[in-house]
Structures are given as C-alpha cells and as structure tokens.
Design a protein around this ligand. Structure first.
Ligand code: PLP
Length: 452
C-alpha cells in the first residue's frame, strides 16, 4: 500500500478502507467470498502486462510461452476438478463466459453455409450471401431460460440483456404455490417453444436442480442444454452436488464464474463436451480479445486450492451453514422463499415486516450486515424495490462461521428488521454487527488489517 500511496494516496486509502469494511461487517452477499492471499497475490503480477490473443500454442503475439504454461495449467486443473472433457479459462467474467457459450452453440448447431464451410475448414470461401444467411439464421434462434424473478440471471434471456435481444426468448418460472422448479411445466414450455438453447442455473434460487431431468427435456425437444453454475460451482467442485445435481456430465456446455462459491479471482470459464470444444475455443476472436493472463494464473491457483480435500470440507460447511441460517429465521417466524434452502442461498421475504427489499437492505447495512435486495417470485414491488433480501453463506464460512454464528446472524437480522420502521432506511434495533463479530473473529480482522 505504501507503493500505491506514493503515486495516488486516495487509492491506497480506499483500498485500506475496503479491507476494513469487508472484514468489519457481515458479508452475506451470496455471490461474494474472500479469495486466499495466494489467489490475490497472483493477480498482482507482471502477467498483467502481457498480451496473448489466441489459444495455447496459437497466439497472435510473440513471447507467450509463460502465458501458455499458465493457461494450460488452469485448464488442466479445471478439467480435473469438474471432470470436464474441455475447459476454456479465458472469459473475463460470467457474462463473457455466457456470450462465448451462446455463440459457440450458434456456430455449432445452426445449419448455414458457415457451419458447412467451418467444418470443411473453408471459412475463407464464405461469400457475402453466406454471411447474410448467417446473420439472418443466427438472429432467428430461440432460448428458454429461468426468469429473473424466479431466480434466473440477466443473461438467461432477460429482455433488457443482450441474451434477450439476440435470441427470441421465453422464460420459465417456479411453481406459484411452492416456489420450486416445476420440471413438467418447463418441459411443457420447451415442447411448445422448441428452443435451440435451454438454460438452467440461477442467481437467487435457494434449491438444488436436477440436471438429468433438464437434459431429458433438452433432448426431447432437440435443444442444447447450457448450465450456468456461476453461483454454485464451489458446491460442485466441493462434491456437495453430485449425481444428478452435478451439471457437468449432463450439460452440453457449462459456464461459471470463478469468484463466487468457488473462491477464486473474478473471472469466467466455459466447460464443454468434446463436440463443442472447437467452437468454444474460438471465444477469441469471436467474443473476446486478449485474455487476462494474471487472472488465468490466479484461476489456476484457485482451482489447485479447490482440488484439496479441505475445499470439500469448506463446501459442505457452506451448505450446512445455509441450513442453520434458514432454521434460525424459521424459528423466529420469518418467511423464506421455498420455505428453506438446500444450497448456499437463503431468500428472505421481508414483506411481513412491512418493508421493501430496498428498505431492508439499507437497514441491514446500517447494522453492518451487507446483503442485496432481491425479487421474490411474482414480486409486487418490481425489480428495483423488491420484496426480498438474498443472503449467502460462502464468505462468512470462509471466515470460520459455523452453526452458532449463523444462528446469531439470523437473530441479528430479524432483530434489525423488526425494529425498522417502514419508509425509513435506518436500523431501529439495538443490534450491531459487532454483536456477532465477537470472539476470535474481531481479532483476526484486526491482525489482517495490521498485516497489510
Ligand atoms: N451467471 C450467473 C448465474 C450469475 O449469478 C452471475 C453474476 O451475478 C453471472 C452469470 C455474471 O457474472 P459476472 O458478474 O462475472 O459477469
């Protein structure tokens, strides 16, 4: 920080403050975590200075031998970790990974002269008319994904997102009574709509998905099954989700972020079955430019960490802690979407406290509890104000929280919400985050801050 301060002290100060804030509050944002020092340090090296467009051994720049080592290792670790035939570690983010997946599916499946000439390796013979056909055909395909208010992600066909514009899209939701995925309803929609791409995966659905069933639906209608496991990749890597709950063997293409429950650097990745490997490999130049070599290096380090037995223990605790948090709420009379959780997410419906999600989010922040407001299914308050607060256990599990601490977290949150007046954003109750940040945790916060 001293080096940074000698150039721009305000950035050094903000960086120090960010550490204090992240360690001194209760980080319950379901998509966040604390990456290890090894991962963080790997991102801050001179690999950041290197351009390496292309793929391993086929770069558009000279001097990429060390980047080749890094990218190969990251891909190898990823294949081993997830049991995937092919891994593409270049995407800069989850959205990039999904874009690479979409274009790979189009290139692989849409019957045009482009596809035929790609297969015959005659891409240079494409005529203007061929490109016109391609633009027309690619722009005419269908995607079916989970709706945002049921827990899906923007990139799963939400209208304002590019995925809802580049495809004709329809969305599936959850059962209005139980809040659970209704596979028969998804199948019925798929039969009627006949999508090219069926997207499974979620950002705010607090339950596991049966990917064998999703694949059956895709196969029945001739769709490609794409699973976006950005949120729960850590639970797959940690072998909490196995069998039909592990998407990798069932999906044609699996995408993920590397920074959420997987606890790596911010970034994305695409895993694919062999038949899609060559198309995904064209992520650059199709969608991406130069890969972030320093981040690919940090992905390799994070995947190596996730291959250790201790990561499986961590992942199991993430799931166990989510159950403890949910129980803590239910015993205190709170309403949870789907009535509980069996992954790392708890979706709290705050309308019974007379609050919107936005008010609850602000009140909790005031008490040192960092969350994000989230729609609940068929949310009467819309996507901006919402009626829910999404909570996740990956970050605080990294900090060593267990059953008792998460029970206290639930107590604290209920206390704050019960003492918050509708229309205000201030926490009314006496509780503060320090309430839970007692034994040991506060000491660790102080010592880590001091170390920097
Ligand atoms: N996919 C899912 C399911 C997500 O939850 C997210 C992030 O919130 C993304 C993709 C996008 O990831 P990123 O923010 O890295 O682009």
């Amino acid at each position: 920080l001293e080096v940074i301060a000698s150039v721009e002290p305000r950035i050094a100060a903000a960086t120090r403050q960010e550490l204090t804030d992240q360690r001194g509050s209760l980080k319950l944002i379901a998509s966040e975590n604390y990456a290890s020092p090894a991962v963080l340090l790997t991102m801050g090296t001179w690999f950041s200075d290197k351009y390496a467009e292309g793929t391993v051994g086929h770069r558009f720049y000279a001097g990429c031998q060390n980047v080749d080592t890094v990218e190969s290792l990251a891909a190898e670790h990823a294949r081993e970790l997830f049991g995937a035939p092919y891994a593409y570690v270049q995407p800069h983010s989850g959205i990039d990974a999904n874009l690479v997946a979409f274009w790979s599916i189009l290139a692989n499946r849409v019957e045009t002269p482009y596809l035929a000439k790609m297969q015959a390796k005659n891409v240079n013979e494409l005529t203007e008319a061929d490109w016109e056909t391609l633009r027309h055909e690619f722009g005419n395909q269908r995607l079916l994904g989970m709706s945002l208010d049921a827990g899906g992600h923007l990139t799963h066909g939400f209208r304002p997102n590019i995925s809802g514009k580049m495809f004709h899209q329809q969305q599936y939701g959850t059962d209005p009574g139980t809040g659970l995925l209704d596979y028969d309803a998804v199948a019925a929609k798929a039969r009627e709509f006949k999508p090219l791409v069926l997207v499974a995966g979620y950002s705010a659905y607090p339950r596991r998905v049966n990917f064998a069933k999703m694949r059956e639906i895709a196969d029945e209608v001739g769709a490609v099954l794409m699973v976006d496991m950005a949120h729960f990749a850590g639970l797959v890597a940690g072998k909490v989700f196995t069998g039909e709950e592990d998407p990798v063997p069932f999906a044609h293409i699996t995408t993920t972020t590397t920074h959420k429950s997987l606890r790596g650097p911010r970034g994305g990745m695409v895993l694919a079955q062999e038949e899609f490997a060559a198309d995904v490999d064209r992520g650059c130049p199709m969608v991406l430019g130069g890969p972030l070599s320093h981040v690919m290096a940090a992905k390799a380090v994070a995947f190596a960490e996730a291959r250790q037995p201790s990561f499986q223990t961590y992942a199991q605790k993430v799931a166990d802690n989510a159950k403890s948090l949910a129980e803590g709420f239910l015993t205190r009379g709170a309403n949870l979407v789907t009535g509980g959780t069996d992954n790392h997410i708890v979706l709290l419906d705050v309308s019974s406290y007379g609050l919107t999600g936005r008010q609850a989010e602000s009140a909790l922040l005031d008490a040192g509890v960092v969350t994000n407001r989230n729609s609940v299914p068929a949310d009467p308050n819309g996507a901006w104000y919402t009626s829910g607060v999404r909570l996740g256990t990956p970050a605080l599990t990294t900090r060593g929280f267990g059953h008792d601490e998460f029970d206290k977290v639930a107590e604290l949150i209920v206390d704050v919400l019960e003492h918050t007046e509708a229309g205000t954003t201030k926490a009314g109750g006496p509780s503060k985050a320090s309430y839970v940040l007692g034994d040991g945790v506060a000491d660790r916060v102080t010592s880590q801050s001091a170390e920097m």
